[in-house]
Design a protein around this ligand. Structure first.
Ligand code: GCV
Length: 658
């Protein structure tokens, strides 16, 4: 054990936010668990027994005296709430289900000694959102272009390797445990781009899925599967996937019944249809409600849900055509269908209208379909935010999304039924490639439980759990590195909400014109006079008009549009003066110099923590900082020189622009 208690507990992989020492307080007590037969209560007993073996406490039998009393009171097995109180020297945790008891145990772990001193007035905790899911874009077979994990930056898949299910379910179980400790209750185990091998998970390879589900189940996590809309055609069924064809519906009903024979608590399907070349209902002249409802009907008798993605847009656009706007697409396709989706169909909407850029407005589709169940999709894997080479803690960005009030009143976090994110975890020793990217996974989980939580307080929790006994200097240093890291990343990459400017294909590193002129609909339209996309109603694509008030009006005019989104909504001259008082061009230069300086400072702070972090973790982060600095300077130089050349306007401070 390292002096700070951060040493990994297993030889194989990092303990992340559950090092043994995090259980010191519960492990030092006499505990009693009262419950009828309940596998999750058994998980709780097991956790306590392990902690007691380490710290000298005891799990006593009924009748024995205990300081920590845990009880399943009975009720719905799906009720995830728990109540914690402390009086007369006894800490008691009650929950209607074993599931709630498990979440309560992790709450007590977070409180540490605080759960065993003084009195605690009874308080019931329950998750704000019913579905708290991670999607894995993991391929079973290595894809020739996308590899084992599409947009994966943490090694291989936790579930699959080279065409096979991984034998090591211990690691999957440990993953489930980490996820339960931050509130996640669902995992989709394969890529939404369902290729041929992955399609078979639904049928003859369902045993592989069942094995994974078995490893996740003890931690209250239901397993979901991404399926191809064309599955009947790919898997020996009818020669059509028409969702209104009775033979197709029958095929899905029977396939789904077999899934439930193998995985009785199966969560349901995730579907990417008519999106980036995937098959979908459009081929048959059917609507997305027809498509989703067919799968919903197959799942309904078994209690399953279909998560139907709204990421539907024309990926064969012509740059010259200024009327087609990818940002408009999801709203245009889906709002006419409001009220048509089945009760067990959930529309899964990316948080922004484009694609997980470092800065986007909240998607106008969120809140625009009051009669349709909604899941908001975030991206924990850092496809566009530094690919786990750069430090970029996304808590503040997600919190802004969740606190946004589409109608000026109800925040996104309360409109949604579920929160979903693309996972950033893989078979890397530190789970997430960059050890500090663990904070993103933890923060996402905690925000699914409470979307109104202060992300900085969540970061405090993560720091305290990951580094129990950490001196203030370590906590302060981690805050200094992480708190502002999203804004730092934004500063040295694409400016003012314009997005993309990445290298095509892998999306890492600067490529200002990388996607300009491409068919993907991701343009910045920079020329010698100005930059940005006119999405106003008056003169542009009309996208701004998809918002309810007060946003439609705010975004419509460059005079009221927030600076950070200006180039998302407007094409302006380089001399346009921002609310900050700077011109757009000077803002570009200044932020790119500042971003690099901030990254340099973060690296210095990390170097100064070497005596407080175990060597392997410290070295891994230090390596990543070297790459981040190289990358940040490259971004700065490419963006600044591009705009210097285009605009001809020199830097007001006379700095050298490479
Ligand atoms: C899984 C982006 C990513 C793709 C991803 C897609 C999606 O376009 O680059 O890798 O595909 O989003 O969300 O479906």
């Amino acid at each position: 054990m390292h002096q700070n208690g951060t040493m990994t507990d297993s030889g194989d992989f990092d303990a992340a936010w559950l090092p043994g020492t995090a259980f010191r307080a519960v492990g030092a007590r006499r505990s009693l668990v009262r419950s009828g037969p309940d596998p999750l209560a058994d998980t709780v007993r097991g956790e306590l027994a392990d902690a007691c073996a380490r710290f000298g406490g005891e799990v006593v039998r009924d009748g024995g005296a205990a300081e920590f009393l845990l009880e399943v009171t009975g009720g719905s097995p799906d009720d995830e709430s728990y109540t914690l109180r402390r009086a007369d020297g006894i800490t008691s945790l009650t929950a209607p289900s074993g599931r709630g008891l498990l979440y309560g145990l992790f709450h007590v772990v977070r409180l540490g000694e605080g759960a065993f001193s003084g009195d605690l007035a009874p308080r019931t905790h329950r998750p704000a959102l019913a579905t708290r899911m991670l999607d894995h874009w993991d391929n079973v077979a290595v894809h020739p272009v996308m590899g084992q994990v599409e947009r994966g930056y943490a090694g291989g898949s936790l579930f699959w390797s080279d065409g096979e299910a991984r034998g090591d379910l211990g690691r999957v179980r440990a993953y489930g445990r980490l996820l339960a400790a931050c509130g996640i209750n669902a995992v989709a185990v394969n890529n939404v781009n369902v290729h041929a091998t992955e399609a078979r998970l639904l049928t003859d390879r369902i045993g592989d899925v069942a094995a994974i589900a078995g490893a996740l189940r003890p931690y209250g996590i239901r397993t979901h599967l991404a399926v191809s809309f064309a599955a009947p055609m790919l898997l020996g069924g009818p020669d059509t996937a028409d969702p209104l064809d009775p033979a197709v519906r029958d095929w899905w009903a029977r396939a789904t019944a077999r899934v439930y024979e193998a995985v009785p608590d199966f969560g349901g399907y995730v579907v990417k249809a008519d999106s980036e070349g995937r098959p979908g209902p459009f081929a048959y002249g059917r609507s997305h409600a027809d498509g989703a409802n067919m799968l919903a009907a197959a799942l309904e008798p078994h209690g399953g849900t279909v998560h139907w993605r709204a990421f539907v847009y024309d990926h064969r656009q012509d740059w010259r055509d200024r009327s087609t706007d990818r940002a408009r697409a999801a709203y245009d396709h889906f709002t006419p269908l409001d009220g048509e989706f089945a009760d067990n169909a959930v529309l899964q909407v990316k948080h922004g209208p484009m694609d997980f850029q470092v800065r986007e407005p909240v998607s106008p589709l969120i809140g625009a379909m009051p009669d349709t169940r909604l899941a908001v999709e975030l991206q924990v894997t850092q496809e566009y935010t530094g690919q786990q080479q750069h430090v970029c803690w996304l808590g503040p960005m997600w919190s802004e999304v969740l606190r946004f009030r589409p109608d000026g009143e109800v925040p996104v976090g309360r409109l949604a039924d579920g929160l979903v994110a693309v996972s950033n975890a893989g078979d890397d020793r530190f789970w997430t490639g960059h050890p500090l990217a663990q904070a993103n996974l933890y923060t996402f989980g905690r925000l699914t439980w409470d979307p109104a939580a202060d992300p900085r307080a969540v970061l405090d929790e993560w720091i305290a759990l990951t580094h129990p006994d950490a001196p203030d200097r370590l906590a302060g240093g981690l805050h200094a590195i992480l708190d502002g890291s999203w804004r730092t990343y934004e500063k040295y990459t694409a400016p003012l909400g314009v997005g993309f400017m990445v290298q095509p294909g892998h999306h890492y590193g600067p490529g200002v014109d990388g996607y300009e002129y491409s068919p993907w609909g991701t343009y910045h339209f920079a020329d010698r006079d100005g930059v940005g996309v006119d999405r106003s109603v008056a003169t542009g694509t009309g996208f701004a008009g998809q918002y309810a008030e007060p946003w439609a009006k705010l975004y419509e005019s460059p005079g009221t549009c927030p600076d950070e989104l200006l180039l998302f909504f407007h094409h302006v001259p380089y001399g346009h003066v921002l609310h900050s008082g700077k011109t757009v061009i000077q803002h570009i230069y200044d932020t790119h110099f500042e971003g690099v300086e901030e990254a340099e400072e973060a690296r210095r702070v990390w170097a100064g923590l070497s005596d407080l972090v175990e060597p392997e973790r410290h070295a891994r982060v230090a390596e990543r900082f070297a790459e981040q600095l190289r990358g940040a300077r490259e971004w700065r130089d490419q963006i600044n020189s591009y705009f210097l050349r285009k605009s001809g306007v020199p830097d007001a401070h006379g700095r050298t622009i490479h």
